[in-house]
Design a protein around this ligand. Structure first.
Ligand code: ATP
Ligand code: MG
Length: 574
């Protein structure tokens, strides 16, 4: 590709709304342009990076035995009614009607369509297992589209689905995808971690997210410093720290705590540490009141409540609900004499006694609370959010946290969709069974953005070779001079023949502009052909990652180039 004929509109300044580096650099490097909030045009360099990711994804999916299909973006609403998600999915699902007043939506994911496709054709256990995938444009009307391709409304996803005849087969399919994902992200030279993720009501270790580690990540990854335990924050568990308990707990006593609402306020006011206070959080769980108790210095993990109760929706109670359920304003709820049918307490609250808690009465708290004696606890379960400094359930070592970007997700669905949509088959005995499904997503466009979050410097993008839109950029400093352009063009041609993607910068621009643009677009290899160098018989070569510059001989150039190219790949551990 010749730069003079290419559409690579680079910019000196990033747009004002670009908060993260990948959004800034992809715009400045002429890879993307915004069309509307969360909707982007992919320009030649952007599309090339996307294609490189797609190709590696495709190769590894095929290798793992999955077959590529392409399903429509527009989906009939009826299928979503069948699965039960027409009601549940919320506003991220963009719905519309056609001229016949039939309901449709733009696909945010394809479980319904894929299940419909397979139930129509598969009748016998002999046709299973089956694994299908596509690389396709999704639409989710995200409430806050931001960070460029990181959280778009329209984006490209690889979504795969497996269908098995039994649980054992489904676990094998799951494992095959887990392994394929590890190969994909390794081949893309990303620093990543698979982490245990929330698998909702299915339970077990049947959901993993693949996280690219980066400061700007929206997710928190918890990982053990001593063993290979890693989980996302929603799912992470820590060893239960039992605080020692007083032997005989004196009777509860009411204390006057005027206008003291928060744990910090109560702690300061009553001179008790936060970890001796019970925090009572009232929740609306599928329309019913639930109280969740955690230690005052801990945070409640609402997802754990949701999973324990097998619920669809968990919301914090409104001030009106709190008033109605506790007969007190917000800030004074407590477990004693609380008229709420379900009261869940975190495991840490099981051993100790002598707590401070709200009295369900304005401006009042109770001391010397024994949950066993004074409250009706429905169950003690793990409810809290893990924090820095907690210890590992498996090995007892310290847990650490890091920021991550979710680029992939593997999930065992079980029979959720096959049951609802009647995707059944006849087994060996002729009995009708539900297919066991799994689903597997990779955010292809998000992968490109997260790679840039991980690989950049103050001059621009530093692409690893497997994702680079252009592996080499050859800067011809004097394209009008045939004595310079001739050799440059010859090198360009020969490098193309090696099968590398090379961009020849033949623009009539100052060298400074060319150097800056080459750094900005992030090609791993830069070659500089100019009159001065050629007079000395050399071409300058720069490794974009290390910044290291060497001179390659103009005579016998290709041989020297190949050796140097291998050293550049080696600097990427390839
Ligand atoms: P998130 O928690 O980030 O909203 P999700 O859990 O909704 O993601 P999945 O339904 O698991 O995402 O989708 C599979 C993959 O698609 C994700 O792992 C992610 O890489 C990508 N993805 C999801 N939403 C977006 C988006 N709005 N923009 C770009 N990529 C996305
Ligand atoms: Mg997910």
């Amino acid at each position: 590709m010749r730069w003079s004929r290419s559409y690579i509109p680079t910019l000196k300044e990033a747009p004002a709304d670009a908060e993260v580096i990948s959004h800034q650099l992809m715009t400045r490097a002429g890879m993307i342009r915004k069309l509307a909030a969360g909707i982007y045009n992919y320009l030649p360099l952007g599309l090339r990076a996307i294609a490189k990711v797609s190709n590696i994804v495709r190769e590894e999916m095929n290798r793992a035995g999955s077959q590529e299909v392409l399903l429509p973006a527009v989906q009939p609403g009826d299928l979503w009614v069948e699965s039960g998600r027409w009601e549940l999915y919320g506003k991220e699902l963009l719905r519309f009607t056609d001229r016949h007043d039939r309901h449709y939506c733009l696909g945010p994911t394809h479980e319904e369509v894929m299940t419909d496709l397979v139930r129509g054709e598969v009748r016998s256990y002999r046709q299973l297992p089956l694994s299908l995938y596509q690389i396709q444009t999704k639409f989710r009307d995200e409430i806050r589209p931001r960070f460029g391709l990181m959280r778009g409304r329209e984006f490209i996803m690889k979504d795969g689905y497996s269908f098995d005849k039994d649980d054992q087969g489904a676990d094998i399919s799951y494992r095959a995808m887990y392994d394929a994902y590890n190969r994909i992200f390794s081949r893309l030279a990303l620093k990543f971690r698979p982490v245990e993720a929330d698998s909702g009501s299915i339970g077990g270790s049947f959901s993993h997210e693949f996280m690219v580690l980066a400061q700007t990540g929206e997710d928190t990854v918890v990982s053990c410093t001593g063993c290979d335990y890693a989980a996302n924050l929603e799912r992470a568990v820590a060893k239960v720290a039992y605080t020692p308990s007083s032997v005989d707990c004196p009777p509860c006593a009411e204390v006057f705590t005027p206008a003291q609402h928060s744990v910090e306020e109560i702690s300061a006011f009553l001179q008790v540490p936060a970890f001796h206070i019970v925090k009572t959080i009232l929740l609306d769980v599928d329309g019913k009141p639930v109280a969740a108790l955690v230690r005052g210095d801990r945070e409640l993990n609402e997802i754990k409540v949701k999973n324990h109760l097998n619920a669809d929706e968990v919301h914090l109670a409104t001030p009106e609900q709190v008033q109605q359920w506790t007969k007190a304003p917000v800030g004074f709820a407590g477990p004693v004499a609380l008229e709420v049918p379900t009261i869940l307490a975190d495991l840490e609250l099981e051993q100790r006694e002598g707590w401070v808690a709200g009295a369900n009465k304005a401006d009042s708290h109770l001391t010397n609370v024994s949950l066993r004696r004074d409250a009706k606890i429905t169950a003690y379960v793990d409810l809290r959010t893990v924090a820095e400094g907690d210890t590992c359930v498996r090995c007892g070592a310290m847990l650490g946290t890091a920021r991550g970007i979710e680029v992939g997700h593997v999930f065992k669905l079980g029979t959720k969709y096959s049951k609802a949509m009647k995707a059944v088959f006849l087994d060996e005995t002729g009995a009708e069974k539900d297919m066991i499904m799994g689903c597997y997503g990779i955010g292809v466009t998000r992968v490109v953005a997260s790679c840039i979050e991980q690989n950049h410097d103050d001059k621009g993008i530093v692409f690893p070779p497997p994702m680079a839109p252009m592996e080499v950029v050859l800067l011809c400093l004097d394209p009008a001079n045939e004595a310079v352009f001739g050799p440059a063009e010859e090198m360009y041609r020969q490098i193309q023949e090696l099968g590398l993607d090379i961009l020849l910068d033949d623009r009539e621009e100052r060298p400074g502009v060319k150097f800056n643009d080459a750094d900005l677009i992030g090609a791993p290899m830069q070659l500089v052909v100019g009159a001065k160098g050629l007079a000395r018989g050399v071409v300058e070569a720069k490794n974009r990652k290390t910044g290291e510059k060497v001179e390659l001989p103009a005579q016998g150039f290709m041989e020297a180039f190949v050796t140097w190219k291998n050293s550049v790949y080696a600097s990427w551990g390839m």
